[in-house]
Design a protein around this ligand. Structure first.
Ligand SMILES: Nc1ncnc2c1ncn2[C@@H]1O[C@H](COP(=O)(O)OP(=O)(O)OP(=O)(O)O)[C@@H](O)[C@H]1O
Length: 259
């Protein structure tokens, strides 16, 4: 497997108690779903992979390069498309200018920027609205613009933090097509929607309390299902069983959404 990202002994957190402890992870091209209950550390992990926050301990390697300085982080960021859970934008920018600006920040070569921006907007279905100002978009369209900004220029590593929040059912189906089309990229997709994982992911990582509870294929996660675990599908029951959840535990529904 060509390693796009390798993490070893990662400890990460904000105060005295680490959110993630001693995590090891290796990802090649393909789509990995990141599941876990609220506060599991999914966003913290994605932020660290995106080189936004340096690890407290451990190493992050992107495309074989150990990210350990501002110089190596900047080089890594050229190959990382990151959609944070809450992302900022200038409301007066047009959708086109927002995506183009993100391409420029990622140092997509200037000769490629115009075409890369057009392609990204087309892929998320916003080509027709490229001249519209960001502040006039609906929540779902803003998220699509954010997805375009993450995939513009086809980075080697695409990190998407709850990308389908706010998308309507048709847009979620289109999003799945988009993710499937990111051939050659390693995609990490954090979500509470087990059905999105079932639909597009080749691997699943279940994080809980900052530790990996499961890695494997969606089929292998489904095999963990036990009859008493809550859920409507084998995958949901497998996920809940891995979390050790009894019916009604954690105040969540079977899909992990807060009840
Ligand atoms: N900037 C921050 N400062 C302090 N604590 C933080 C910060 N961001 C996250 N935390 C804490 O770190 C823990 C993990 O949060 P994180 O957002 O990584 O979890 P998550 O799995 O993405 O959760 P969710 O599914 O709710 O988005 C939580 O206890 C959270 O309160």
């Amino acid at each position: 497997m060509r390693s796009v990202v390798r993490v070893s002994g990662l400890t990460q957190g904000y105060g005295r108690d680490p959110v993630i402890s001693g995590l090891d992870l290796e990802l090649g091209p393909g789509i990995t779903g990141l599941l876990g209950p609220n506060g599991a550390g999914k966003s913290t992990l994605l932020r660290t992979l995106a080189t936004v926050t340096p690890p407290l301990e451990g190493e992050v390697h992107v495309l074989g390069e150990h990210v350990r300085s501002e110089r190596t982080a900047r080089a890594a960021r050229r190959e990382i498309g990151y959609l944070p859970q809450d992302f900022g934008y200038f409301g007066h920018y047009s959708v086109h200018d927002f995506v183009r600006y993100c391409a420029w920040l990622r140092e997509v070569p200037s000769a490629r920027i115009a075409e890369a921006t057009r392609t990204a907007l087309r892929r998320v279905g916003l080509a027709e609205r490229s001249g519209v100002r960001m502040r006039t978009l609906s929540g779902g369209m803003i998220r699509r613009a954010g997805i375009a900004a993450a995939v513009v220029g086809s980075p080697a590593l695409v990190l998407l933090d709850e990308p389908t929040v706010g998308l309507d059912p048709a847009q979620r189906l289109e999003f799945r097509e988009l993710v499937r089309s990111l051939d050659g990229s390693a995609v990490v997709l954090s979500t509470h929607l087990v059905e999105d994982v079932a639909a597009v992911c080749e691997r699943v990582l279940v994080l809980d309390g900052g530790s990996v509870r499961f890695t494997g294929t969606p089929a292998e996660l489904a095999e963990r299902a036990v009859p008493e675990a809550p859920g409507d599908t084998e995958l949901e029951r497998g996920y809940m069983a891995v979390l050790g959840a009894a019916p009604g535990a954690m105040g969540t529904t079977a899909t992990g959404a807060t009840a």
